[in-house]
Structures are given as structure tokens and as C-alpha cells.
Design a protein around this ligand. Sequence first.
Ligand SMILES: Cc1cc2nc3c(=O)[nH]c(=O)nc-3n(C[C@H](O)[C@H](O)[C@H](O)COP(=O)(O)OP(=O)(O)OC[C@H]3O[C@@H](n4cnc5c(N)ncnc54)[C@H](O)[C@@H]3O)c2cc1C
Length: 384
Amino acid sequence: MRDVIVVGGGPVGIVLACLLAEHGLDVQVLERRTKPSMQARAIGIHPPSMRVLRQVGVADEVLARAVRIDAGSVRCGGRTLGRLSFTRMAGRFPFVVALPQYETEAVLRARFRQLKPEGLRSGVLVGTLQDRGDHVNVLAESPDPARPGGGELLGIARYVVVADGARGHLREAAGIASRPVGGGGSYLMADYPDSGEHGSEAVLFFEAGGVVESFPLPSGRRRWVAMTPSLMTDAPIEKLSALIHARTGVQLPPSDALPSSFSVRQRLATAMVNGRVLLVGDAAHEISPIGGQGMNLGWLDALALAPALKHALALPIEARATLGDYDRVRRRSARRAARQAGFNMAMGRPAQGTRLQLRNALVRILAMPPLNGLLARAFTMRWL
Ligand SMILES: Cc1cc2nc3c(=O)[nH]c(=O)nc-3n(C[C@H](O)[C@H](O)[C@H](O)COP(=O)(O)OP(=O)(O)OC[C@H]3O[C@@H](n4cnc5c(N)ncnc54)[C@H](O)[C@@H]3O)c2cc1C
């Protein structure tokens, strides 16, 4: 019987497992993949998350591999509408850190190996969870679909944390529903050589035809993301470069990268706790990547959940109240993040004539004191 089994060894599951191991708990992670994912996903790591990474013991290594984004500017029609500097923010990390998610995950896995050398079991697909009141059985997929509980017993734990991401099936299997929340859209993105023109700034081009975003990356590269009228699966890099040029006038250098397309949906779980099964990360809240919050939000879940689980295991009589607090506080943060992402996406939609002028005026107002301070806090997730 372990203290905690975490299902899913993505960035959130591994951070939680590191924090639990540091609290002295017996934790195991079960992960279906045998090889790490190299998909282009998160890059932005916000100041509150840097504090989580410092607690995990990897902040210095992440900083050494990453680049720092010191400011963000918004442009339209070749003019700068406003600029937000993060450098005047209080705290040890007055910047956003940019590192490809697969590199961050590699650092985290190495740290978990140090803390618990046998803690990550890969190549294991969890099929079902059975909450028995005082423990949870974790079972593999059943070979017989008519007997869903007939799979091999993979482990037994006092608590199981589902960190199987937005496409995982265990939230539903644990009897927790989810509901869609506002905002959607499709985007195309790729990493290009960085011309150096924008320095360490993130640039948002709020153009009439739709938003284009650009972020610095390590190794002299830059990520460019463009909103598209529909999902452009398999679009060649030339198509993305032409779209960006038509909207912003920026002529990007040739790149051999393969663009990735994605469409956005946002969903929130109606609970993050059901008996001895708990949710963290994308399993609990799928937030639009526009604004770069999903992984960060999951890490902040993990930061709240680790001490709550330690307390629940040490004082079972208080478990219900402690885990209830986790559920309430973290779902409130997820709702805020979804609202902010909805606002970010709405600001980037195509706009013409008066709507475009009003939007530009709003950006100018938001970029002036005192609103720019609030906006910098929101964009760096200080309120989560
Ligand atoms: C294009 C794009 C850009 C993004 N940019 C940002 C950004 O800049 N900043 C940000 O904060 N977020 C960003 N995100 C969101 C971020 O990628 C996710 O929020 C993050 O990956 C969630 O981590 P997770 O560990 O909860 O889930 P995942 O990363 O999805 O990990 C889940 C893990 O569970 C495993 N698993 C699933 N089912 C099972 C099972 N049954 N048994 C065992 N293992 C299982 C999977 O193999 C996987 O390894 C972006 C996302 C996209 C798509």
C-alpha cells in the first residue's frame, strides 16, 4: 500500500510527485508512454511557477537552459499600441521564462529520479480506479470490455491523483463531469530562427486579419503563432510565413520546422476531488494555450495538493475538510484562468473599422498606469 499513486507522468504529475517525495511520502507515478513526447506545447513559465520549481529544486537548471522574457508589446498596423515591462514587478523572478515543454519535462524527470529512483513506471496504461473507501485499487485496461474491472492490479494506494491530461479518460471513469467554458479558435505555429529584431520581448500583433504572437526561445529561435480561420492541419511552413507577412509585414527567415496546428477548447471539471481520487492539471481544467497558462495552473494545483495530501494522510479525520479546500480554491483559480484566456482570444479575433479602432483604444488605455500594473500581474499569473 503506497501513500499516493499519480497516474500520468506529464509536467504536472511529475512536479506533484517531486513535491510529495520531498514531503516524505511514498509516491509512484504510472505513465503510459515509453518515450517522452517531443510535441511543441508550452513555453511560458510564469513567476509563481518559478517558485514551485525552486521548491522542487530545479529552478536554477531551468533558468540556465531558458531565455527570459522581460516585456510584452502590442502592435497593430506597424505601430506599437502599448508595452508592458515585467522588470518592475516585485519578487525574485520579475520575468517570464521561456523553455520548450519537452526540455522542462526532461529536467523534472531527472529530478524525480534523484528523489525516487524507482518512482516512475513507464509503459503502463491505467484503465480503471476502484475507490474502496480506505484505499484505491489501480487497474490496467481490462482485456474483456464486458468486465471493466478485470484488468491486472497495478498498485494500491491511500490516494490516487489523476494527472492524465486533457485527453485522458480517468476523470470520467472516476465519476467527475466537466463543462465547456467560453472561447475557441484555431491556430498555426512554428519555431523560426530569431532575427533578433524583438530582443527579449514577446510581441502580440493585434491585426485586422487576426492575431499573430511571437515569443523568444533558447538557442536563437522564436516561436510564431497565428490565428487561422479554420484548423490548418498539414499546412507547410511557407503558408504560415506568408500569412504572418500578409498580416504584419514581417518577413520571416526560412525554417525547416514543421508547423503544428491546434484548435482550442476550454473545459473545467465540476469537482477536483471524489472520495480518494483527486484531479490535477489538464485532467481538471483544459485552458486555451493563448496566454500560456495551462501547465502553470497545473503546477499551482500541485503546490496546493502536496501539503493537503500530507495533512490528510497524517490526520484522516481532517481529510475531508483539507481536500475540500483544495477543490474549492483550485477550481476558483481555474475559472479565472479560463476567463482570462477567453479575453485573450477575444482580443485577438479579426476586427475591422470601428471595432478595430475601439480595440486599439482599449489596448492603449490598458497599457497606461495604473492599469498596466494590473495587466502585468494578470499576464504573469500573479493572481493565481
Ligand atoms: C500548442 C500549445 C501551447 C501551450 N503553451 C503553453 C504555455 O506557454 N504555458 C502553459 O502553461 N501551458 C501551455 N500549454 C498547455 C500545457 O501544454 C498543458 O497544460 C500541460 O501539458 C498539462 O500538463 P499535464 O501534466 O496536466 O498533462 P499532459 O502534459 O497531457 O500529461 C498527461 C500524461 O498522462 C499520460 N497518460 C494519459 N492517460 C494515461 C493513462 N490512462 N495511464 C497512464 N498514463 C496516462 C500521458 O501519456 C501524459 O504523459 C500549451 C498547450 C499547447 C497544446
